[in-house]
Ligand binder design. Structure first.
Ligand SMILES: Cc1cc2nc3c(=O)[nH]c(=O)nc-3n(C[C@H](O)[C@H](O)[C@H](O)COP(=O)(O)OP(=O)(O)OC[C@H]3O[C@@H](n4cnc5c(N)ncnc54)[C@H](O)[C@@H]3O)c2cc1C
Length: 489
């Protein structure tokens, strides 16, 4: 009987990130993945925030040389009904199957016990003492294991009655064209276009093929996949010539509906990645958010597991719930504003997606499974912090400065040395969220010093007497940039 602390079901980016983090924290980890890798997976455009996650997981080496495309120009048709060059994006388009496979190989090489391709046949027992039967698909061999906790990282697969729709339903139609089939300028840039009743994304993949994806209302597509596809391409500004071209790979469809699972933490089991919340692909940040949430869940679970009292366990669960609700709510709010900004925003497709959901005022039977008040209060937060005034980063070292009077310290759930704790954090109208640490230094520990009226040079020297010089430099740089300091009269 294999004994595990955590059994992770599903080895996409969420599952492997959780595995790598839990291994770092010293746990015995198992992974069950039903597909043989490398397996194809949609979601190849990776946002730059993934870099620091890979750094934390010491996974950079494993991904060195991963086939990818970066630094391509982008062309946008969104706010205006015309194609416009966009600021060069720092998103990288990767060979996603290879990305997932390398992360899994790394988790396995660091000691995660892996069953693949395999399925969970039975789960018995109770929280903290699950008995799980795993069957290998190829041989039918059954393994019996004990696990304290189950981490469900199965992505969008399956249906859960606890999934709450954050926005109207959305479907993705996609296909690939060989480079030889399309004009060279189709391959030269990443394209995002708002159409009259859908939107479109197109980019060359590391394989050299052009991937085109159309996001539309599934009711509008109905059974007419081909006709919807051709109509969307024909109405695009950048790719109308592809409307009558047979793709190199058959047209496919999948759900892209955003949702939040309202019961993601239950006794003895927790959901991560797309199993916990799925984002509208319009931001292209699903993989990053899935990976980040896995790290947060690993730390929440570690706190829960090492707590000796109810207070510690409750803090862990609160942190999990806060991260889940805030991440999802902020994304939902951002998406609604983004849809509302499209040139075609008056159309039905766009109007339905331009307003964030509202909380029901009276609970009804159908309201069971709605998100918590946390979700709705994050949704109602001010859209963004006031921008910092121009200038602080230009101040000379001898300028006399002090913390702005609007700065306050408020208790906040934070991660301190891999555990969830309550720590004082700085709030200010210029900060999008409360900040407890800068360059690993607790801001509250230097509160008296920061509130003094002094020159930037004096502040730097005083900080450098209590911390590493690089940390003092980083803290002063952050204070200047963030807009929480003002020039003394
Ligand atoms: C149309 C579309 C386009 C997208 N584009 C982007 C993009 O450009 N950039 C981006 O960052 N994100 C994008 N995303 C989102 C991104 O793909 C997901 O957020 C990400 O894959 C989530 O990772 P995950 O590990 O939670 O799930 P997945 O990547 O889906 O991994 C889940 C794994 O679990 C396995 N599994 C499922 N059920 C079981 C089971 N019962 N037992 C064992 N194993 C199981 C599956 O085989 C799979 O390997 C897109 C999503 C959609 C729908």
């Amino acid at each position: 009987m294999t004994e595990l602390d955590c059994l992770i079901i599903g080895a996409g980016p969420a599952g492997t990130c959780a595995a790598l983090r839990l291994l770092q924290l010293g746990y015995r980890v198992g992974l069950v993945e039903r597909a043989r890798f490398p397996r194809s997976q949609i979601g190849e455009a990776l946002t730059p925030g993934i870099r620091n996650i890979l750094e934390l997981l010491q996974a950079d080496d494993a991904l060195a040389g991963l086939p990818h495309i970066a630094g391509r120009p982008s062309v946008l048709r969104w706010e205006h009904d015309a194609l416009q060059p966009a600021a060069q994006s720092d998103t990288a388009v990767v060979a996603r199957a290879e990305f997932d496979a390398r992360l899994l190989a790394l988790a396995s090489s660091r000691g995660a016990r892996l069953w693949q391709p395999a399925r969970v046949q039975a789960i018995e027992g109770r929280p903290e003492a699950w008995r799980v039967q795993v069957v290998e698909t190829a041989t039918g061999t059954a393994s019996h294991l004990r696990a304290r906790w189950l981490f469900e990282a199965t992505g969008r697969h399956g249906t859960a009655i606890t999934r709450w729709a954050c926005a109207p339903n959305l479907a993705a139609l996609w296909a690939e064209f060989d480079a030889a089939q399309v004009a060279p300028d189709c391959l030269a840039a990443t394209r995002v276009e708002a159409l009259a009743d859908a939107w479109l994304w197109a980019s060359v993949l590391p394989s050299g093929r052009l991937r085109v994806m159309v996001l539309a209302d599934p009711h509008a597509i109905g059974g007419g996949l081909d006709s919807s596809w051709r109509r969307a391409l024909a109405s695009s500004r950048s790719l109308p010539a592809l409307a009558d071209l047979a793709p190199a790979q058959p047209l496919r469809i999948c759900s892209a509906a955003p949702y939040l699972d309202t019961a993601a933490w239950r006794p003895g089991r927790v959901k991560i990645g797309d199993a916990a919340f799925a984002l509208d692909p319009v931001s292209g940040s699903g993989v990053e958010k899935a990976m980040r949430f896995s790290l947060q869940t690993a730390v929440a679970w570690h706190t829960w597991s090492t707590s000796t009292d109810d207070a510690g366990r409750s803090l862990a669960q609160q942190y999990f719930s806060q991260q889940l609700n805030q991440t999802c709510a902020r994304h939902v709010r951002w998406c609604a504003a983004h849809y509302a900004s499209a040139w075609s925003a008056a159309g039905d497709f766009w109007r339905a997606r331009s307003t964030p959901p509202i909380q029901r005022t009276t609970p009804t039977a159908s309201a069971i499974g709605e998100p918590t008040a946390d979700f709705f209060s994050s949704l109602a937060e001010a859209p963004s912090a006031e921008p910092p005034p121009a200038g602080p980063d230009q101040w000379p070292a001898n300028a006399r400065i002090r913390l702005d009077a609007a700065c306050q310290l408020v208790p906040q759930l934070c991660v301190v040395q891999d555990l969830v704790r309550t720590a004082p954090a700085l709030t200010h109208p210029h900060l999008p969220r409360a900040v407890a640490f800068v360059a690993d230094q607790a801001i509250a520990s230097h509160w008296g010093l920061l509130r003094r009226e002094q020159t930037l040079g004096e502040l730097h020297d005083a900080l450098a007497r209590t911390m590493r010089p690089e940390a003092a430099g980083a803290m002063v740089a952050w204070l200047r940039r963030s807009g929480v300091m003002v020039r003394a009269a």
